[in-house]
Ligand binder design. Structure first.
Ligand code: C2E
Ligand code: CA
Ligand code: CA
Length: 619
């Protein structure tokens, strides 16, 4: 398929070629008239005007209508004929006047042939199918002419002319190849040979303009491979690259050039469908196409000696006439794709109204959160922690956001803060607040032993995080107070850049702060992760605690977790303990620390202070 930019290029040349034909053509016609050999020249000039009008119509068509790829290639075929015709007219003029030696018009037509061959080789250089025939049409008759003069210098000129033709063809061809290469590199992904993100977006913007005029419908697929990182991490980037190439080939063979496909980045691919009339479009068809593609992508891959299985999550977004731009459509396909990931991967989700509303709500929360943070409406609450002897020994700092009269739970806004990056500033602020509270309590003699602070994976991934923690430690916490601080991190950290995370954790540990593995059992836990994650505590998630007293399976899981943790020299915290029965079951299993509504809910600073004072003797 010939690309958009080339159409534009050829469209741009039309007026120049017309003007550089009409003006010298007129001069020639006047000269012919002065020499009373006017009839042929007039007929010729009339033909030139007609062809020029056709050229202008073609230019108008290109500029007034957003053409689809089929229409564009039809238009291009006509423009090609236009260029052949207008240059052939000069050859016609040459044939008519080459024998006119009396008034020396033959010199002019010879010059014109040479001049136009230079124009053609310079201006029409980006398509070989255009410039090669035109150069032949212009220059071959000239060589015949020189040859048939039947004199020595005629033969020499014929040969020179052929050499000149050869040089022009060679030079144009070189430029053509260079332009093609640059053009290819600018538009393609070097690894897979598919279109790149930039070209895809450019194409999409043009398609949106077309759809806005034609009221047709297309759809966009965003295809993201599942767990591709694991392949890269375990088998190396070379194998990873080969997998991406195989995936690209499969998508290419599947679409057979019908749809526009691109590697959007990393392990993400995009597909832009054909344009359908409203009555021909059915979202089930888009789904069926995605399903067929997904099945193809899931067939096993044989790469070197490896046999690999892959799946993908696919988001689909319908593209209709609207004021949205390409990036907005991509964003919505992306949302649908993430929805497919959240639903367990290996699936397809169509972006719909429900998703759109959720995104809108999400967006609003995002905006509000930013201002809430600025206005200091984000505060810390503290939930006490008890040991197995029912003695309060510490607490966990939990963030709270009161938006007007309603509390927005951290489960909602922390992921948003993580996505927008606000978690970095917010986390730093909360850490400082928590440190200030801890030091204040210690100054008042409330010597709590375990002070838990939740830390997001995103914070741990920031290079400067451990430096920030060090600055705060130096500012607020003496060595013995630092040892009471536990950073709670979920085991999902180990799905990220493990060596980086472990490095940061080690630096923080060297400051005296310790770690707890939060939500244990819900995420990526494996025995290997346990070993890597050198935490002092495991915090068993509430879902295992809820029925620990009445469900044999949960009881067995909690029991095994506690034994294993103790075996590894770690202590265990049970969170979400709400009843006496749960507490007794946990005490029976020798759980070290208990946290939950049974003892106390999270409470604001003042109330937490009172609570600690009240329980102080026990501390
Ligand atoms: P988490 O760290 O697992 O925190 C425990 C959650 O369980 C808290 O919810 C707490 O209020 C709740 N909880 C404690 N005891 C009970 C109970 O007996 N029954 C019930 N039903 N719930 C109980 P919360 O405060 O809504 O926090 C939810 C999650 O948000 C936290 O889970 C943590 O992952 C995150 N989070 C909270 N504060 C922060 C923070 O300051 N920074 C970061 N990065 N994340 C935070
Ligand atoms: Ca926690
Ligand atoms: Ca938890």
């Amino acid at each position: 398929m010939l690309e958009q930019k080339n159409y534009q290029f050829y469209n741009n040349q039309i007026i120049f070629i017309i003007l550089s034909s009409l003006i010298p053509g007129l001069v020639f016609t006047i000269l012919a008239w002065m020499n009373q050999i006017v009839t042929g020249a007039l007929v010729w000039y009339a033909l030139l005007i007609l062809v020029s009008i056709w050229g202008i119509i073609l230019k108008y068509q290109y500029e007034s209508k957003a053409m689809n790829p089929d229409e564009l290639s039809q238009w291009y075929a006509k423009v090609t004929i236009f260029y052949y015709t207008i240059f052939s007219l000069w050859t016609l003029l040459f044939i008519l006047y080459a024998v006119e030696v009396e008034s020396k018009l033959h010199y002019i037509v010879i010059f014109m042939q040479l001049g136009f061959s230079v124009i053609a080789s310079a201006l029409l250089v980006i398509d070989r199918k255009i410039f090669v025939p035109i150069l032949l049409i212009l220059l071959l008759p000239l060589s015949f002419y020189f040859f048939y003069m039947d004199v020595l210098y005629g033969y020499v000129l014929a040969v020179f002319n052929m050499v000149f033709l050869g040089i022009l063809l060679y030079a144009s061809n070189n430029t053509y190849k260079l332009i093609q290469k640059n053009d290819y590199q600018a538009k393609h992904d070097m690894l897979t040979g598919l279109y790149n993100r930039r070209y895809f977006l450019e194409y999409m913007e043009k398609m949106i303009i077309r759809l806005n005029k034609s009221k047709k419908i297309a759809y966009l697929l965003l295809i993201d491979l599942d767990h591709f990182k694991t392949i890269n991490d375990s088998l190396g980037h070379e194998i990873g690259d080969q997998v991406l190439q195989s995936v690209a080939r499969r998508i290419q063979n599947f679409t057979e050039d019908k749809h526009i496909i691109a590697r959007f980045g990393g392990d993400e691919f995009t597909l832009l469908s054909l344009e359908y009339k409203e009555q021909e479009y059915n979202s089930d068809d888009a789904y069926a196409l995605a399903k067929e593609l997904l099945d193809i992508l899931k067939e096993p891959y044989r790469i070197n000696q490896h046999r690999l299985h892959l799946s993908a999550s696919i988001g689909i977004k319908q593209i209709t006439a609207s004021s949205s731009n390409g990036n907005e459509f991509i964003k919505e396909a992306d949302i649908a794709m993430y929805e497919a990931k959240d639903a367990g991967r290996d699936g397809i989700i169509l972006f719909n109204e429900h998703l759109a509303k959720r995104v809108q709500a999400h967006h609003e929360t995002e905006q509000k959160l930013y201002f809430a943070f600025k206005d200091k409406a984000i505060k810390l609450y503290y939930q006490p922690l008890f040991d197995k002897n029912k003695v309060m020994i510490g607490c966990e700092a939990l963030v709270r956001w009161k938006d007007g009269d309603t509390y927005i739970p951290p489960d909602i806004f922390i992921p948003i803060a993580e996505k927008t990056g606000l978690i970095i500033d917010m986390g730093y602020y909360l850490l400082e607040e928590a440190f200030k509270t801890l030091v204040e309590w210690h100054q008042k003699g409330m010597l709590i032993q375990h002070f838990a602070i939740n830390i997001s994976v995103k914070q741990l991934l920031v290079d400067t995080f451990s430096d920030h923690v060090e600055i705060l430690c130096d500012q607020y916490l003496s060595q013995n107070v630092r040892e009471k601080v536990y950073f709670e991190v979920t085991e999902s950290v180990l799905a990220e850049d493990v060596s980086k995370i472990i490095g940061t954790m080690d630096k923080i540990k060297s400051l005296g702060i310790q770690f707890s593995m939060d939500d244990f059992g819900t995420g990526y836990s494996s025995l290997a992760t346990l070993r890597q994650f050198r935490s002092n505590y495991l915090k068993i998630d509430k879902q295992f605690i809820d029925e620990v007293h009445c469900n044999d399976d949960d009881h067995a899981i909690v029991s095994a977790t506690i034994s294993m943790a103790h075996g590894l020299g770690k202590k265990v915290i049970a969170e979400g303990v709400e009843t006496k029965e749960q507490l007794e079951a946990l005490c029976g299993l020798k759980c070290d620390l208990i946290q939950g509504y049974y003892y106390a809910k999270p409470m604001p600073l003042k109330q937490a202070c009172e609570f600690i004072k009240h329980n102080y003797k026990a501390c």
